[in-house]
Write a protein that binds this ligand. Sequence first.
Ligand code: GBH
Length: 544
Amino acid sequence: MAEATSIKILKCFAIVLVLTVTCAYSQEPEFVYPDVFNDPERDAFLYGTFPEGFVWSSATSSYQIEGAWDEDGKGKSIWDTWTHEGGHVKNDDTGDVACDSYHKIKEDVSILKEMGLHHYRFSFSWPRILPDGTINNINEKGVEYYSNLIDALLEADIKPMVTLFHWDLPQALDDFGGWTNESIVGLFNDYANLCFERYGSRVKFWITFNEPWIVSLLGYGAGTWPPGITEPGTTVYIVTHNIIKSHAKAWHTYDDNYRESQDGLIGITLNSDHMEPFNMSKPDDIVAADRVLQFQLGWFAHPIYINGDYPQIMKENIAYKSAMQNYSQSRLPEFTAEEKLYIKGTGDFFGLNHYTTTYAVTSLTDTDEASYWTDQNIASWKDEAWPKSGSDWLQVVPWGLRHLVNWIDNEYGGIPIYVTENGVSTHDVYELDDVIRQKYYRSYINELLKAITIDNCNVKGYTAWSLMDNFEWASGYSERFGIHYVDFNDDERKRIPKKSAETYAKIVADNGFPSSGGMRSIGCVQLTILAVGLSLLSSVGLMV
Ligand code: GBH
C-alpha cells in the first residue's frame, strides 16, 4: 500500500513535470523579429520596464502637417516654392493643405490624449511666425496658433517638445543665400530668442535643428531638396559650419537669458542609420563603420558635445583630398579658437532620429571629384534580406538601434539621449491593421530597453514618427509613416487610429514590456490547472 501510494505520488510529479515543461516550450516566444534574423541571443525578446519618468512621445513637423501655407500672414517657405514649382515631388504633391493641422488643434490634441501620451514633438514654421525671416515683422496670428496649440496640449497634460527648425526656411532668407550666408546665424538667433520669450514659460524642451545633415546634403549637396544646390564637396561644409554656429548661439541665448527662469532643456536632433561593420572580425571594417558615423553624426556632434571642433578623421581626409584636388586649403572650414570654446558643450541632450541600418567597408576613392561622399573612402549597402518598408531607403533592422545608441553613449560620454524619431513607412494604401508597423515598434523599442537595462546607456525618451500620415517630402503622400491614418482626399482629414497606435499606447501605458505578459501567463495558468487536475485523477486511482 505504502509502495503503491509513493508510486502514485511519483507519477503525479512526473505528469506535473512533463506538463510544466510542455507549458514552457509550447509558449510561442514573442515573435517580433523578422525571420531573416537568426541570432537567438541577440534577438531574444526582453521583458522589463523602462526607468521611471521615461519620456514617451510622438512627432510631426510643421510643413508636413499644417497646411494653410499662405493663411493669416504666413510667409513662404522654401518648401512652398519648391512644391509649387512642380517637377520635384512625387505626383507634384504639396503641403498646401496636408493634414490641415492649422485648423485642427482640437483633433490633434485629442488623438494624443486618446493614446495616453504626455509628450508631443512638433515644429514651429519660421515663416509663419516671421514671414520675411526677421523680427522686423512679427506675424502675431502665427504666434497665436502655436500659443493656442501649446495651451491645448498643457490643458490635456501633454508637454510640448518644440523643434525650431524642421526644414521650412523662410523663402526671403533663401533669397540671400540661406544657410550659405553667415548672417543667418544672427537671424536664427533672433527667431529662437523670440520663441523663448513668447513660449518659454510653457515649453521646457527645445530642439534647435531637426536633422541638419539632411539640410546640408539634400539641399546643397545632392540638390534633390530645396534650395536645390548641387555642391557636395564645398557648400555642404559651409552650410554645416553655419548651422553649428547658429545652434550654438541659440543655445547660449537660452543658457544666458532664459535657463534660470524657464528651467528647460535645449539640444539638437541628428539623424543616422546605424553603420554595421560588414565583417565584425575585420578590424578595417570596424574602422570603416566608425568613419561613416564620424562623418554623419560626428560632423555635428563632435563640435557640440566634445571639443568645439570637427572629428579628426574628417579634418585629415578632407585636407588630404582637397590638396590632391589642387584646392589651396581644405574644403572643410575651420573654427577659430574662440568659436571652439563657444561651441563646445552646447547641448543639454542628444536628439537621435533613427530608422534603419547599413553595412560599411573601406573603399579608397581618390577621385578628382570633390565630394562629401568620396571624402569618406567608404562603400556601403543594405542587406537584400532585411525586410523592406514603403520607402526605398528604409529596411527593418531592430538591433541596429541598440548598436547605434551604444556607439553614441560611448562616444559622447553618456550624454542624455532622446530618440526624437523612429518609425516605419508603408505604401499608400488604406490599411488599419499595419502589422509591419506594430512589429517594428515592439522590436525597436525592445532593443532600446536592452540598451538601457543591459548596456546601461543613458536614454531618457522615445518618440514615434509619426503621429499621423503626412507630407513625406520628395515622396509626397505616397509613403505613410503615421500611427493614425489620414485620407488626403477627405476634406475633413479625419485621423483614424491604426492598430500600431494601440500597440504603441499599450507600451506607453505599461512603460515597456512588464514580465507577466498577457497570453503567456494565461496559457501557463490553464496548463497548470490541467496538470493538477490530471494528477488528482491519477492519485485517486481513476487513471493510469
Ligand atoms: C526624418 O528624416 C524626418 O525628420 C521626417 O521629417 C521624415 O518624415 C521622416 O524622417 C521619414 O523620412 O530617397 O533621396 O529622397 C529621415 C531622413 C530623409 C531619410 C529623406 C531618407 C530620403 C532621401 N530621411 N531621405 S531620398
